[in-house]
Design a protein around this ligand. Structure first.
Ligand SMILES: NC(=O)C1=CN([C@@H]2O[C@H](COP(=O)(O)OP(=O)(O)OC[C@H]3O[C@@H](n4cnc5c(N)ncnc54)[C@H](O)[C@@H]3O)[C@@H](O)[C@H]2O)C=CC1
Ligand SMILES: O=C(O)C(=O)COP(=O)(O)O
Length: 527
């Protein structure tokens, strides 16, 4: 992927100062503006190539669509549920986060809430500040020997588990992705949620907020829990349904809740906050000097590495791009885009496309199939789309346009190549290309193999005609008459008595119609 130009970045929240300093050191202009209203952000965002946020800035589709220059949204933290990632992807904007920077802080706050719940620490503090000395009221229970259910066994879930094991808690959990043998290696036995709920004295959730985790703890799941179960949510508001939690607290089914996050922040459900068995923080999981320093530094370094073309780390919507940051991949990306553009030029009168199939051939291209497909789609859609296709949005744009994109890989010890097959209006087009030296070349078009590989650069004329010398002389004559110089020429072996020819030209013909009497099909383009 060619380096992405980011000259101006807006930081819309309180992010560690090292972020601004690191970006500025790399020549990026940084503006910090906090607590902007939605309208202010929408008005401002068009002036920036990059936006850095934490969890409070709602980067909605409106904001994204107003960001006409936006190329990167950096989340100095983990959860990206405040960013409309789908809208960003459609616009070809990379969204990245710094998921490990605040793991320990979020895990430590979770443990602090579990401990506070077990001994009523916040309530006891409040009571003393009220001038009381009430030792009976705040009788607690040991954590030793109790069962902690951890839903979501990723980075934070794991750190919570190992810390609470040191208090003698038994840790059980559930995660649809983390393999049971992996979590078992750090002491968490996995089971289904239905098996987990009735065993737990404490439950803590550590999943992202998404449709499948919204309301994970609800009336039905609370009903399956032990009476008096205590719950902690240091992940996202809504994973524990707030209304169901309130009902469970009122009935005593839930014995206490430690909440750091809320469906709306600041929370609207004041009765929940005021409940005597609820202890809470204003989303402080990542609010430590260490976590902020890490996240601020990580997001700045990731943006600078992306801008300088060194690496792409932390992208949540463009994983395929991570493998494009090497000099070798640049040439293959150029090949994919160029082949897409050649096919587009030669099929201009026949669109729309219905299917695109890209096959990578050869061991060294095994990991490139994903971005080769995207690159080919970028070439095919380049002039068709207003939104400027790039490697981030190529596949969503293709889907939106009704194009099915397939990709496959074939092993070969002999050569490396890319095959692009495009179905358009019942016809099928097939191009084969490769990289020679560092130059993308076209080897074959519609089963006609070029005798000399066609360098995919400059002004190119493709035409289909018989291979007779007279036709070639006539085409050369037509170019000369139009004041266009012939720079190279390659013809192919015959396929059904006809050949595809390619000529490199000093400029494009002002009227390609002059070739109509000479060729069956003709197309020109500049690469
Ligand atoms: N309170 C705070 O300030 C902070 C909150 N967070 C929140 O914590 C969440 C977790 O962070 P990490 O552990 O770093 O993320 P992670 O991605 O390492 O772990 C999340 C785990 O949840 C699992 N998961 C997904 N769907 C699930 C389901 N239906 N049931 C059970 N597990 C499921 C995933 O497989 C994954 O292993 C973040 O998404 C973020 O929203 C993160 C940092 C600070
Ligand atoms: O990283 C996360 O997911 C968090 O929830 C932390 O949010 P914050 O950066 O403190 O607004």
């Amino acid at each position: 992927m060619s380096p992405i130009s980011v000259k101006r970045v807006l930081i819309s929240e309180c992010v560690d100062p090292c972020c601004k300093a690191l970006l500025q050191e790399s020549g990026i202009e940084v503006t910090e503006k906090q607590q902007m209203s939605r309208e202010e952000l929408i008005a401002e965002i068009q002036n920036y190539d990059g936006l850095v946020v934490r969890s409070a800035t709602k980067v909605t589709a409106d904001v994204i669509n107003a960001g006409s220059n936006l190329k990167i949204i950096g989340r100095a933290g983990t959860g990206v549920d405040n960013v409309d990632v789908e809208a960003a992807t459609k616009r070809g904007i990379i969204v990245m986060n710094t998921p490990s920077g605040n793991t320990l802080s979020a895990a430590e706050l979770t443990c602090a809430l579990i401990m506070s719940l077990s001994r009523n620490i916040p309530q006891a503090v409040m009571s003393m500040k009220d001038g009381k000395w009430d030792r009976k009221k705040f009788m607690g229970a040991e954590l030793f020997g109790k069962v902690l259910g951890i839903v979501g066994l990723g980075r934070i879930g794991k750190e919570v588990a190992t810390r609470m094991q040191s208090f003698g808690m038994k840790t059980i959990g559930y995660d649809p992705i983390t393999p049971p043998e992996v979590s078992a290696s750090w002491g968490v036995e996995q089971m289904t949620l239905d098996q987990l709920w009735p065993q737990c004295d404490y439950i803590t959730v550590h999943t992202p907020l998404m449709p499948s985790t919204t309301g994970l703890l609800n009336d039905a799941s609370f009903a399956k829990c032990k009476k008096g179960v205590k719950v902690v949510n240091c992940a996202r508001g809504g994973i524990i349904d707030e209304a169901a939690l309130f009902r469970a607290l009122e009935s005593g089914q839930c014995g206490g809740a430690g909440l750091d996050v809320f469906v709306e922040e600041p929370p609207k459900h004041q009765a929940l906050i005021n409940h005597p068995n609820v202890i809470c923080c204003p989303h402080l999981g990542a609010s430590t000097r260490e976590a902020q320093a890490r996240c601020g530094k990580d997001i700045a370094v990731q943006i600078v590495e992306m801008v300088t073309g060194k690496a792409l780390v932390g992208a949540v919507n463009a994983q395929v791009l991570a493998s494009t940051f090497s000099p070798d991949s640049q040439q293959w990306i150029r090949l994919g885009e160029s082949m897409g553009r050649v096919v587009r030029a030669c099929t201009a009168s026949k669109q729309p496309y219905s299917q695109v199939h890209v096959t990578s051939i050869g061991e060294s291209l095994r990991k490139c199939t994903g971005f080769l497909s995207s690159a080919a789609v970028v070439g095919l859609l380049t002039e068709a789309s207003q939104t400027g296709p790039n490697l981030v949005n190529a596949l969503p744009l293709a889907a939106e346009t009704g194009i099915t994109v397939k990709s496959s890989h074939e092993e070969s010890c002999e050569h490396e190549a890319m095959v692009l097959q495009v179905s358009v209006n019942g016809c099928s087009f097939r191009a084969v290309g490769s990289v020679q030296g560092s130059n993308p070349v076209l080897l074959e078009f519609n089963r006609s193999v070029f005798r000399q590989p066609v360098p995919l650069t400059g002004h190119l004329l493709f035409f289909r005609a018989t291979g007779s010398t007279e036709i070639l002389l006539s085409v050369t004559g037509a170019l000369a008459a139009a004041g266009v110089e012939l720079q190279f020429f390659s013809t192919s072996g015959a396929s059904s008595g006809e050949h595809w020819h390619c000529m490199g030209m000093s400029s494009l013909l002002s009227d390609i119609g002059v070739l109509k009497p000479l060729a069956k099909e003709a197309a020109q383009l500049t690469l």
